[in-house]
Design a protein around this ligand. Sequence first.
Ligand SMILES: Cc1cc2nc3c(=O)[nH]c(=O)nc-3n(C[C@H](O)[C@H](O)[C@H](O)COP(=O)(O)O)c2cc1C
Length: 172
Amino acid sequence: MAADDAGAPSTGTAIDPRRFRDVLGHYPTGVVVVTAIRADGTPGGLAVGTFTSVSLDPPLVAFLPAKSSTSWPAMRDAGSFCVNVLGADHQHVCQKFSSSGGDKFEGVGWQPGVSGSPVLDESLAWVDCELEAIHDAGDHEIVIGRVRDLEVRELGAGPLVFFRGQFGIVGG
Ligand SMILES: Cc1cc2nc3c(=O)[nH]c(=O)nc-3n(C[C@H](O)[C@H](O)[C@H](O)COP(=O)(O)O)c2cc1C
């Protein structure tokens, strides 16, 4: 069977980036907005699908910002960040925070969490973290946060799901 037959395992070592995205896009993720107060005192944030819980004891979570992100380097020095979990009706929030530049917080309500990082009014749940460690990982970083405070705000609301490059619905 040829290596490029549909569904056949690839035997080559070079992975085509488009194929990588296509295949990995079949793994559904939730969507969060990671926020922090930047060095100039203004709030920063980016939409992230790579959020995961890591450890219960100690309580650790992680996400992976791309090295191309313009928001993350300015947020990193805060030493803390807040993970805001988006719901199915928060697509517009995701769109705001997934584009580079501009004032992403225009028209977005928020309150400071215990770390000072923005807790968005429009979130299903939030996890406020102290920056624990940053590991290098190819064209991304692996950012580990130690959980300092967390809350569910909208019990029973459906999640925002990203699947095969678009927003989806669970079971859809
Ligand atoms: C559903 C979704 C998930 C995303 N997940 C990530 C992610 O895990 N890591 C990341 O660096 N960018 C991710 N992005 C892209 C960033 O949101 C986007 O590149 C970033 O906000 C660009 O703005 P910035 O230059 O201000 O950082 C995601 C975008 C979307 C729509």
